[in-house]
Design a protein around this ligand. Structure first.
Ligand SMILES: [Zn+2]
Length: 377
């Protein structure tokens, strides 16, 4: 994640106070200066290929300042995506706070991570180690989501390895991060968690509070889980998860963080986590379902659905279908963003009907759904 401008002031103050010398922060929109580029120029170059840029934009990322490595692209400073993933992307629905580049449900329920010894060797290494565990527990603790991150102590048994960026063991994409990037994380690939994260060990990370470290790690783990930056993009061209906010300044997935204060996994982040990684129990919501009278002249009949209790689960889509006496759907269906608790939905079918089947759909547009039939309408 990128250091924000506010931190630039802190850096300048630190330089003047302690005479510390390091690569300066650059302008918000030109994240990588010539100087910072030199850190990576042995292994990477700036993407020029318009076709690849289009594919990256299509995935919901910004296409400026994309760095090309042997098998990866680095986008938006702190996100690493495999070339294979970009090449295979079908430009399906993408979102600001989530994407269809997700972990499979089965894999999300058992994610093993390993804290590499290079983290412990960092400045404040023990504090970073604690912060990783706290951030992982926070994602794991989201109610009614399958996300489950568990630490393992054998590197070979880990799906996700977290390094200090000075480590020679870290992949080139995650080594020697530019000074204006706190940390960097890989996006999921092939249905598995993003497999690498690295933490920048240059000052002013020394000046971070423990809440600052935890905030950064919550954010980077969010990328490993497939969550995009929350406030980058244009709502007219970006499809976001229903009931989340494209421009959410308190989301843990904001792109810039000045290191002060705390970024929590907020209500939108939790909603996105439940929509992408739902843990199903008996969470079919409590609904009030009624119908209007059949309008013979227009040939229409209204259906009214109110979400009276979400039972602790968030939903991406609602689908309403007319069904016959066997419960078999017929005709067109209504599908849209699911209502939130307390919200009502009023729509019409162009025929008389007495039964509907209501389905709630999560995991993007995928098949994770739950259905109930309502009779006598
Ligand atoms: Zn980020």
């Amino acid at each position: 994640m990128k250091r924000s401008k506010i931190n630039y002031v802190v850096i300048v103050l630190l330089i003047s106070a302690f005479g510390t010398c390091f690569i300066s922060c650059t302008k918000e929109d030109e994240v990588f200066s010539e100087e910072s580029n030199s850190v990576e120029d042995q292994t990477s170059y700036l993407l020029k290929d318009q076709g690849v840029k289009d594919a990256i934009e299509c995935m919901g990322f910004q296409s400026k300042n994309v760095w090309v490595f042997a098998n990866h692209y680095v986008v938006e400073d702190d996100i690493v995506v495999t070339k294979e993933t970009v090449a295979a992307n079908d430009c399906g629905k993408q979102t600001a706070v989530a994407s269809n580049l997700t972990i499979t449900i089965g894999n999300s329920a058992n994610i093993s991570y390993f804290i590499h010894p290079s983290v412990v060797a960092m400045n404040n290494g023990a504090n970073w180690e604690t912060a990783i565990r706290t951030a992982a527990a926070d994602w794991t603790g989201i109610a009614n989501s399958t996300i489950n991150l568990q630490e393992v102590f054998n590197e070979n048994a880990a799906e996700l390895i977290i390094y200090g960026d000075n480590s020679a063991a870290a992949p080139a994409t995650h080594r020697n991060l530019p000074a204006n990037v706190w940390a960097r994380a890989s996006f999921p690939a092939n249905g598995n968690v993003g497999n690498v994260m690295s933490i920048n060990d240059v000052p002013p990370s020394n000046a971070l509070t423990q809440n600052g470290r935890i905030s950064i790690l919550r954010h980077e783990l969010g990328h490993c889980l497939g969550f995009h930056h929350s406030h980058i993009g244009d709502s007219s061209t970006t499809t976001i998860l229903c009931n989340t906010n494209l421009n959410d300044p308190t989301s843990v997935m904001i792109a810039s963080f000045n290191g002060a204060g705390t970024l929590n996994i907020n209500a939108n982040d939790q909603r996105a986590a439940r929509a992408l990684y739902p843990a199903f129990g008996n969470q079919f919501p409590t609904l009030s379902v009624t119908s209007g009278n059949y309008d013979r002249r227009r040939g229409t009949k209204g259906i009214h659905v109110t979400m009276t209790n979400d039972n602790g689960m968030d939903w991406h889509r609602i689908q309403i279908q007319r069904v016959d006496s066997n419960g078999t759907p017929y005709g067109n269906s209504i599908e849209q963003c699911a209502p939130l608790q307390g919200q009502a939905l009023h729509r019409q079918f162009t025929s008389n009907f007495s039964r509907v089947r209501i389905t709630f759909i999560n995991h993007g547009e995928d098949a994770m759904s739950i259905t109930t039939i309502y009779n006598n309408l």
